[in-house]
Design a protein around this ligand. Structure first.
Ligand code: NAP
Length: 494
């Protein structure tokens, strides 16, 4: 396969064997019926990397029908057989870690070390759910009448749709597909327009692992809307799992209502990162840098608002600004880089608009504040001080390397500021006062709370939000629930 890999001069690439230029349906490389294709672009250079087929509603319907056929036999394999195939898939992903990471960095701009981490993180869901799949048990329930017995069964829901974003091109797919496959469902994946190549590589590795054709299908498309309509309105699809923005999530929920599908929604966030006056300030600075600037500030759980108690404000802000000014910016393919490009020009314009709005309303720039001298989609890691609740950075998901810093007086004000948003995904705070830790954690209206830690996601913990950040949980022992139907059987006449 050829790709515009040539663009990387002396960088040695190892991923050509994982670059595919077609959609993946029924275990075969597939063109779009229309013959249309779209470009996959490197956000660091702006160069076209590849073209992939631009599938439409009819193509999507075909993939759904294929997944429906495959479901008839996949659901009847034993959990142990599925376990073994998923373990094979997990191992192939681990074996291909550098190649997958490079591919991901090329199409998403994510710094290479983070892409390496994402491969392991994404693979961990496959291993975890392979194991969990063997432990899906029903119950025998105490009967209210002696001539009856009450039994429950858990069965796979059927064909599932996974619609995923570009910011975690691998892990958002495995976090959905691993539980689905482990319990006997089949999947149709619609990856983001920006990052279809990682999804296609994953699907091919699934086939290499022995997972039967039709169980995993990847529908590449440049406009989510048409494909999304088919995935949400087609009655064969029994469950939609979506990770992306809150407005699109709301639309998909509405569209899914007519066929009463199960829905899981992993949506946007506006995470508070609170530093109390009894915190270990150096640890808080480190945690804030990691939480805020991971993936160039483009994760749903990135610290969006940094709230610092008045007594430690000067110390925290001085150390934080110093740490941020030392972050290296450049193409993600450079292993020393901490901050890559943002995903595209629209994202760059949006974050510049957020910074300008804050400065116009009285905030001050401590670090950065504008586009980077590298040009293109590079933005300077930025710290804004003197930020207030009326500014757009306080209300909107920033999704870029901008850290707005606020101050607060006491615990009550911190909690009110933190909860003053329609979002409820991740939150963080630093404190060494145990009663305070307990009380604040209870009052934060968020699905996840990081206590003295800036990174909280892993395969064993339930990931998800409340309020307008979503529905359902991914990962952990709870992550299979949304892919199962609970059936109750009443055996009478005994
Ligand atoms: P997005 O615009 O909502 O897109 C996400 C996915 O939905 C993409 O595959 C996109 O396809 C597709 N899509 C867009 N419009 C659609 C429609 N009308 N019907 C069906 N599908 C549609 O979000 P994004 O910009 O890619 O990702 C960033 C967002 O994801 C942020 O809000 C972030 O917080 C959220 N996120 C949440 C989590 C979580 O776990 N809660 C994790 C990661 C990201 P196209 O690419 O083709 O438009």
């Amino acid at each position: 396969m050829t790709l515009g890999l040539l663009l990387y001069g002396n960088w040695e690439m190892s991923f050509e064997h994982l670059v595919f230029h077609k959609a993946w349906v029924n275990g075969q490389w597939t063109e779009s019926n229309s013959g249309k294709t779209f470009a996959v672009v490197d956000p660091a250079s702006g160069h076209e990397l590849a073209r992939v087929p631009d599938l439409d509603a009819q193509d999507t319907r075909n993939a759904i029908n294929v997944a429906d056929q495959a479901f008839k036999s996949w659901k009847n394999q034993t959990a142990k057989e599925r376990f073994q195939l998923l373990k094979n898939w997990h191992q192939l992903i681990i074996d291909n870690q550098p190649a997958l990471a490079e591919l991901m960095t090329m199409e998403s701009g994510k710094p290479l070390t983070e892409s390496m981490d994402e491969v392991l993180y994404g693979a961990s869901f496959i291993e975890w759910f392979a194991e969990q799949g063997k432990r899906i048990d029903g119950d025998v329930i105490q009967t209210p009448s002696s001539d009856r017995r009450i039994i429950t069964l858990k069965q796979p829901v059927g064909v599932c749709a996974a619609i995923t974003p570009w910011n975690f091109p691998l892990a958002m797919i495995t976090r959905k597909c691993a539980p689905a496959l482990a319990v006997g469902c089949t999947v149709v994946i619609k990856p983001a327009e920006a990052t279809p190549l990682t999804a296609l590589a994953l699907a091919k590795l699934a086939q290499d692992a022995g997972i039967p054709d039709g169980v995993v299908n990847v529908v590449t498309a440049s406009h989510g809307k048409e494909v999304g309509e088919e995935l949400t309105r087609n009655p064969i699809i029994k469950k939609i799992s979506f990770t992306g923005s809150t407005p699109v999530g709301k639309l998909l929920m509405k569209q899914s209502a007519d066929t009463v599908k199960k829905v899981s929604m992993e949506l946007g966030g506006n995470a508070p990162f609170i530093v109390f006056d009894d915190a270990d300030i150096d640890a808080a600075v480190q945690g804030a840098v990691t939480s805020k600037y991971r993936n160039t500030g483009q994760t749903c759980v990135c610290a969006n608002r940094i709230l610092v108690q008045e007594g430690v404000y000067e110390e925290f802000v001085t150390k934080f600004a110093d740490a941020v000014s030392n972050l290296a910016v450049g193409p993600g393919t450079n292993p020393d880089v901490a901050i890559g490009p943002v995903i595209n020009q629209a994202a760059l314009n949006k974050i510049q608009g957020l910074v300008d709005d804050a400065l116009n309303r009285g905030a001050k720039t401590l670090v950065g504040g504008t586009t980077h001298e590298l040009g293109g989609n590079f933005f300077q890691p930025t710290v804004l001080a003197g930020v207030t609740s009326d500014m757009r950075v306080a209300k909107e998901e920033i999704f870029g390397p901008i850290a707005p810093v606020f101050t607060f007086k006491d615990d009550q004000e911190a909690i009110e500021l933190a909860n003053d948003t329609e979002f409820g995904l991740a939150s963080y705070f630093y404190s060494n006062n145990l009663p305070r830790v307990w009380k604040v954690a209870e009052q934060l209206e968020y699905g996840m709370v990081g206590l003295n830690v800036g990174i909280i996601a892993n395969e064993v913990a339930p990931f998800g939000g409340i309020k307008e950040s979503g529905l359902g949980r991914e990962g952990s022992k709870y992550g299979v629930d949304d892919y199962l139907e609970l059936k109750y059987m009443c055996l009478g006449g005994l």
